[in-house]
Write a protein that binds this ligand. Structure first.
Ligand code: ACO
Length: 327
């Protein structure tokens, strides 16, 4: 059975930087509060004319270049996002058109901050069937469009960006080794965007109640659940693959909070140098956060051919999961 090998990475962040100092002027907060509670110092915000697929395409072109693959050779495009350009067509269809990926299928995945790990599992399944040989997986978000800029509980956390990964069905040992996906819909209400769908279609009342923006009830609960869930998913994939955590070269988790990442590292007994983080500069970019960090790590020489990588994520839904990969 073929293995889904990672053959190219890419990333893109918009040019506009929003600092904590600027947020101090927008809501009652402080640089000190944001830095000590979350680790975030600044984040990127998409320009008015930039939609999610625009960010995704910039990241995709880099990944395709690294993979030395022409877009016309792609069999499938998967975009993990909760901020697609429109309800439909999917963001993946806009990417397909923009890249000129003439023979690719296109599909969006909505698993919030876990979207990229969900995408890896979907990519793994499709590539193993042998009917799909090349797949472009993107995590891309313009969260700035769905943030309530008057809500200090959430507006300081999020940023925009995109990360890309090209995967190819290959022989051998390198590729996706194990994935684990979980969810718990009963806890959905702690993190949601309730408006604009079929439950609460767009209306003046929905807009007035800010139901078209991210609502988070209990950041503290999200914090604790995130650490526990990512630990459990990480241990599951390590066990599935028969790998000891000591043999993992680099761990890249969803970048939601530096303290969440630190607590997970402690529970897994990981030395600091094995945990990659860039949340300080990019904030929480939801489905984009792992592929953005992965591309940075690859280009910085932190990831070598044959290294074992562990990805873990947690997000709205609730959803969570992990993936173990040999790069
Ligand atoms: N500036 C100043 N004060 C603030 C701010 C802010 N931006 N936001 C909240 N506060 C206040 C609250 O109103 C509250 O005040 P109160 O005690 O008077 O009611 C207080 O700070 C809460 O403080 P703490 O309990 O110390 O906050 P905590 O250490 O839990 O940190 C945080 C809060 C950052 C939200 C943390 O719980 C967290 O990161 N949780 C994860 C949430 C998350 O990442 N959600 C994103 C989506 S899911 C995902 O990506 C995993």
């Amino acid at each position: 059975m073929p293995v889904a090998r990672l053959v190219g990475t890419g990333s893109y962040v918009p040019s506009r930087v929003l600092t904590n100092a600027e947020l101090e002027k927008m809501v009652e907060t402080s640089d000190e509060w944001i830095r000590t509670r979350t680790g975030i110092q600044e984040r990127y915000i998409a320009a008015e004319q930039e939609a999610t697929s625009d960010l995704a395409m910039r990241a995709a072109r880099q990944a395709l270049e690294m993979a030395q693959l022409d877009p016309a050779e792609l069999d499938m495009i998967v975009v993990a996002t909760i901020t697609p350009d429109m309800i439909f067509p999917s963001a993946a269809c806009f990417v397909q058109e923009g890249l000129g990926a003439k023979r690719a299928g296109a599909l969006d995945i909505a698993a919030a901050c876990s979207g990229f790990v969900y995408g890896l599992a979907v990519a793994d399944g499709l590539l193993r069937t042998g009917t799909i040989r090349t797949l472009l997986l993107l995590g891309a978000e313009t969260l700035s469009r769905i943030v309530n800029w008057q809500d200090r509980n959430t507006c300081v956390l999020f940023g925009d960006g995109a990360g890309a990964l090209v995967l190819r069905a290959s022989e051998g040992e390198r590729g996706i080794l194990a994935t684990s996906l979980r969810s718990d819909g009963s806890k959905g209400p702690i993190l949601m965007l309730p408006g604009g769908g079929s439950r609460h279609p767009n209306s003046q009342a929905v807009l007035d109640a800010k139901m078209n923006t991210i609502q988070m009830a209990g950041g503290n609960e999200v914090f604790k659940l995130a650490v526990r869930a990512m630990e459990e998913a990480s241990l599951t994939v390590l066990k599935q693959a028969g790998v000891d955590i000591k043999d993992v070269g680099l761990v890249i988790t969803h970048q939601a909070n530096l303290r969440i990442i630190g607590a997970l590292g402690q529970r897994l007994g990981l030395p600091e140098e094995k945990i990659y983080h860039n949340i300080q500069r990019v904030g929480n970019t939801s489905a984009a956060s792992i592929p953005l960090a992965l591309d940075e790590a690859v280009r910085a020489g932190r990831v070598k051919e044959g290294d074992l990588l562990l990805f873990a994520a947690f997000g709205g839904g609730l959803t969570w999961g992990a993936a173990l990969v040999r790069f």
